[in-house]
Structures are given as structure tokens and as C-alpha cells.
Design a protein around this ligand. Sequence first.
Ligand code: SAM
Length: 184
Amino acid sequence: MVDLLDLQKSFILAHLHAGDTAVDFTMGNGNDTEFLSKTVGSEGRVYAFDIQEDALTSTKKRLTENGAPENYTLICDSHHNVKKYVSEPIKAGMFNLGYLPGSGRKHITTMRETTMPAVEAALDLLSDDGILLVAVYPGHEEGDLEGKMLADYFATLDRRRVCASVFRILNSPTSPYFYIVEKR
Ligand SMILES: C[S@@+](CC[C@H](N)C(=O)[O-])C[C@H]1O[C@@H](n2cnc3c(N)ncnc32)[C@H](O)[C@@H]1O
């Protein structure tokens, strides 16, 4: 059976290596930040964004308890401001859209107005052979609309510059799915 999380990691690992720079655009409880931090190792760099202080607290705890190298910068700001903090090219960017799991605050979710400029900024920062992965949760209205907006946008990208794909379980339409954009 397809395991979407394993599949996401395998795509990232085809591009991201020790010493690289990566960005987690939606830190949440830090699962992806930990994965990115351990993948790039002590010579690499990870920037992680969230608009909720709780996310930084739980991510810091996770990274410390699970022995991640101290190669990360946790930033409490919206991901569409990424260029204020990151100026070097990035090899991988991950978005896991939606709300903070376990917080009960489902109203604090990623929104189209900021997701779109954040994805555009991520593509600007992406280095050659880099990958952007955007996971979408279509089970709530804003998530569904974010997914449709991104499909329209990714379809316009120049095929000579990037390859944009989508991975979706067709017989489970409300399950999460994800886009990848790979730069040549
Ligand atoms: C589905 S969770 C991410 C899960 C996370 N990757 C993990 O491994 O636990 C989505 C997160 O995006 C955050 N978020 C919402 N709007 C944001 C924004 N404009 N900029 C950065 N993070 C945002 C939410 O606070 C929430 O923690």
C-alpha cells in the first residue's frame, strides 16, 4: 500500500543531502523539521517557520529530546516572509498545510493569501536540483481551496525549468495529497 509520508520522505531524500540547506515552511510539532535536520546533518542548515509560539516550543523539545544536530533556526513568523530570514539557495522546502495537530485551534490554519506568496518565494529560493513538497489537506474548506489554487498555479510553471507533479489516493478524496516541484 502507498504510505504518503514514506513517499514524501523518499522524494525529499532523492534531492537533499548532508550539508544542504532546507526550509520547513510549516513547523507544527516539528516532525518534518526533525527529518530535515537529521538529513542535512551538522554541516547543513534548516530554517523552520510557524505563526504559533506553541509550535516553536514543541518543536524545540522534539529536536532536543530526539538528538537532532543543532543546525536549525526556529522562526515565529509567517512563511510568506521567508526572504527576510533566508537568503541562500535551498535544496528542499516542505509545506504541510493546515492547522496545528493536537492544539484544538483549527481556525489557525494556513490560508491562500499567505500560502501563495510563500510558495512563490520558496520556488525563487530553490536551487538547481532542488525540491519543493506541498502537502494539502482537502478535508476542510480552506484546505480544499488551497489545493485547487496550487494545482492551477503549478500547471503554469515552465516545463523547461521545473517538473510539477501530484500524488493523490484517488479512491479516498478527502485524504491528504501532495505536490512536488523539482527544479532542473
Ligand atoms: C499541519 S501543521 C504542520 C505539521 C508539521 N509539519 C509537523 O511535522 O508537525 C500546519 C502548521 O502551519 C502553521 N501555519 C499556519 N499558517 C502559517 C503561516 N502563515 N506561516 C507559517 N506557518 C503557518 C500552523 O500554525 C500549523 O502549526
